[in-house]
Design a binder for this molecule. Structure first.
Ligand code: G6P
Length: 608
């Protein structure tokens, strides 16, 4: 979803802005643009399409500017078009604004400004910001921006540039992330650290309601009420290598293959074999309260929601605490009951998803303790939850989440172990679990080594237009996740279902053209799943089974089989999802789809 970058320093700004935009491409966008200050004035270039289209546009002249702002847009108000792309400029073409978020009262503001004589050129909500700042501008860009923002309802992360203030960029945030990186004689502001990590690892995250005046020498931060805020610097540990492809054709494939490493990172230093438990430092302040949790609510969106669902099975099974799993977008608008002893776990890879953030704030308003499970360090959810656990998966660039999902599952497994040991699990059971957890990264590696087998299955089904994914118990969330992966990147219709529920509808779809992916591992529901396979076969469905190594019986029943190693039942999703990620990846490649930036999707959905 939309990306912002602004640069001020000694170097030529255009290549830096373009590089920053490219590093945010993974977020999903439909148009791109930039504004810089050149000798002859403020130059704004923008176009629908890819960043390479913008680069082509920029070739027509030479740029020397050392200050500028740029943007990748993901349309909300107004179709993707050259006009609607950011930056947006005021009537005189002297003020340029890039914006992430949504201005909810833009219609009223637009009418007001039009009555005052402002001429609008686009259908966007953002354009009102450029005109509003123009309306209040009397030589001080920061002051004009501050006053303009008092009129605005909605969410924003903005960067503003003005021809008459060529030595500054003004940035402000409410609801959409912005981070400022400090370099030597240069500063970069961006909505995503991937855009600035090449230049600095010293960053400050703007908080909601803060405005920054950024110059070549540094920056000052104050609230919209003009209270100065001392910057809180953080050091970013992600390296440039981590956000590059490392020889893989796509980020998604790189991230799938990184999973043995990311899973090792998720458990590093967190397991205590002797006591058969896990230790999660991020939750240490709550250790005394954890045994008294009476009810857990998980809230999340997308893939993170699937991880939450698996978490529900884990915790109810091994901790015996009631769990509910809520779509964040639903949770925030109903009247969720939060009583004493309810803890809300907020799961988000990015830590910026608008609905998840709002659900977290709603839970806090109702008095719940909120605990985060996030990947991006310093993200809004990570900062605003009472405490939390990082999954340490490193930057996830592919829009379809893979390594973050397995790391979320792993952290949920660790939380389950820790809570279980505070309740009924014995030390012996705990030690068994620790051993099983430690084996997982190697087992994932073994599965990845058989990628060719998955590729073969993928080529047999690359042209199928409908898929059904079935699983039961712990592997029902995996069926949902497998179907989601396929939909997201190959645009093939796929449905995930609890295997037995198939009888109540989807069975009507089954015929010889319908591949049915069944997760049929040797667990407590194995025999039940075999019956479901029989039901599919009786309707001439084609079955692709994910089964447990050594299971010869199932081999005779299905058309294609992929074996995964044996582990404890609650950890099986960590293994069974890997072939499904690979299957989706290979089908998408075979169908010629844009794997890392699938159409219409955004990596981080920062609007509701
Ligand atoms: C978007 C992404 C998904 C992700 C979901 C939730 O839809 O495309 O991959 O699962 O948002 O994102 P979060 O960052 O909160 O986990």
């Amino acid at each position: 979803m939309c990306g912002i970058i602004g640069y001020i320093g000694e170097k030529e700004t255009v290549p830096i802005l373009i590089d920053g935009l490219k590093r945010m491409e993974y977020r999903g966008y439909d148009s791109a643009g930039l504004a810089v200050i050149e000798e002859e004035g403020l130059i704004c270039e923008k176009t629908v399409g890819k960043i390479t289209d913008l680069e082509a546009l920029l070739k027509k002249r030479k740029f020397l500017s050392t200050v500028g702002i740029a943007h990748t847009r993901w349309a909300t108000h107004g179709e993707p078009s050259d006009f609607n792309a950011h930056p947006h400029i005021d009537c005189k073409g002297e003020i340029a604004v890039v914006h992430n978020g949504i201005i909810e009262n833009y219609m009223a503001l637009r009418e007001l400004l039009e009555r005052k004589g402002h001429k609008f050129r686009t259908q966007t909500d953002t354009e009102v910001l450029a005109h509003l700042i123009e309306e209040y501008y009397q030589g001080d860009l920061a002051e004009a921006t501050r006053v303009a923002l008092t009129q605005v309802e909605g969410t924003y992360g903005i960067a503003v540039l003005c021809l008459h203030n060529p030595d500054q960029i003004v940035a402000a945030r409410k609801g959409s992330p912005l981070v400022i990186g400090k370099g030597m004689g240069e500063q970069i502001v961006a909505s995503d650290i991937a855009a600035l990590i090449r230049y600095t690892n010293q960053v400050v995250y703007l908080e909601d309601g803060e405005l920054a005046v950024i110059t070549r020498e540094g920056f000052t931060i104050s609230t919209t009420e003009k209270v100065e805020i001392p910057p809180k610097f953080q050091e970013i540990s992600w390296s440039l290598d981590m956000i590059e492809k490392g020889g893989y054709p796509h980020f998604m494939l790189k991230e799938i293959f990184e999973q043995p490493t990311t899973l090792r990172n998720a458990i590093r230093g967190r397991l205590n074999e002797e006591e058969g438990t896990a230790r999660l430092n991020g939750l240490r302040l709550y250790y005394d309260d954890l045994p008294h949790i009476r009810r857990i609510i998980f809230t999340a969106c997308g893939t993170s929601w699937h991880a939450a669902l698996a978490g529900e099975y884990m915790i109810e099974d091994l901790v015996h605490t009631p769990v509910e799993v809520e779509y964040a977008s639903e949770f925030r608008y109903r009247s969720p009951i939060i009583d004493e002893g309810t803890v809300v776990f907020v799961i988000s890879q990015s830590g910026e998803t608008a609905d998840t953030l709002a659900a977290m704030r709603e839970a806090k308003r109702k008095g719940a303790t909120t605990l985060g499970i996030c990947n991006v360090v310093g993200s809004t959810i990570a900062r605003e939850t009472d405490a939390g656990v990082y999954i340490h998966a490193g930057p996830e660039i592919g829009v379809a989440s893979t390594k973050a999902f397995t790391s979320q599952l792993m952290v949920l497994g660790l939380i389950t172990l820790m809570l279980g040991r505070m309740r009924d699990l014995s030390a012996e059971q705990g030690r068994e679990i620790v051993k099983a957890i430690k084996r997982i990264p190697d087992q994932v590696e073994r599965i990845l080594n058989k990628d060719k087998e998955v590729k073969k299955i993928a080529s047999a089904f690359a042209h199928s237009n409908n898929f059904l994914y079935l699983g039961r118990s712990y592997n029902f969330p995996v069926a949902l996740e497998g179907a989601l992966k396929l939909k997201e990147i190959s645009y093939v219709h796929a449905e995930g279902y609890p295997a037995a529920e198939m009888k109540h509808g989807p069975i009507a779809l089954i015929d010889k053209n319908m591949p049915v992916v069944v997760i049929a591992i040797k667990d407590s529901v194995y025999d039940k799943v075999l019956s479901n396979i029989e039901e599919v076969k009786a309707r001439k469905g084609v079955v692709i089974a994910i089964a447990t190594e050594g299971d010869e019986r199932i081999k005779r029943m299905v058309d294609h089989i992929f074996y995964v190693p044996k582990t404890m039942e609650f950890l099986t999703p960590l293994l069974t999802v890997i072939p499904l990620q690979l299957l989706a990846y290979h089908i998408a490649v075979l169908r010629g789809c844009h794997v890392d930036q699938p159409r219409n999707l955004a990596k981080s959905v920062t609007v509701e």
